[in-house]
Write a protein that binds this ligand. Structure first.
Ligand code: DLZ
Length: 154
């Protein structure tokens, strides 16, 4: 997807509570996404941030659902993961489950979920979007900014 057309948003997340739920597959890249998310939240003055780690991207939805329905539910959730296409249809199943599941959590609970799931053909594509030094995009930061901006818009 092209970055052209992406909005410039001024966000202030002071006083908000955010939970980041991150998958652990492709650790170097998910770590970079996490750092980008944390950086963006700090820049938006969000100080109440919790990180929840799950094994793979398939588990992101159930974790987000539990977090969104908990007593201490956050104002927003940011979901992070990296799925890289392999030689079987597994890629499609994991991407669809994570995407549909996270969308359902947002729709059913009304809690904005920032979508920081990279669905890539190869590792190089994921590295380029990871936010690590030298990469062209920072999808973790973008997901955090979108989640905060949505909370503020509602
Ligand atoms: C099994 C699997 C595979 C093959 N690839 C990925 C991947 O690229 N990214 C990711 O986040 N998770 C992957 N997984 C793990 C699944 O998401 C899930 O954790 C397992 O199927 C166990 O439920």
């Amino acid at each position: 997807m092209s970055k052209e057309g992406s909005p410039t948003i001024e966000i202030d997340g002071a006083g908000l509570r955010v939970v980041i739920v991150t998958a652990s597959w492709h650790e170097k890249i998910t770590t970079a996404l996490l750092e980008g998310t944390q950086r963006a939240l700090a820049e938006a003055n969000v100080t109440d941030v919790e990180v929840v780690r799950v094994p793979g991207s398939f588990e992101l939805s159930v974790a987000a659902a539990r977090i969104a329905r908990s007593e201490h539910a956050p104002d927003a959730i940011v979901a992070l993961g990296v799925v890289i296409r392999g030689g079987t249809p597994h890629f499609d199943f994991v991407c669809t489950a994570a995407t549909d599941g996270l969308n359902r959590v947002a729709l059913e609970t009304g809690i904005p979920v920032g979508f920081g799931l990279l669905t890539c053909d190869d590792e190089q594509q994921a590295l380029e979007r990871s936010g690590m030094p030298g990469s062209s995009e920072d999808k973790g930061a973008e997901a955090a900014q979108a989640a905060i901006a949505t909370v503020r818009a509602l």
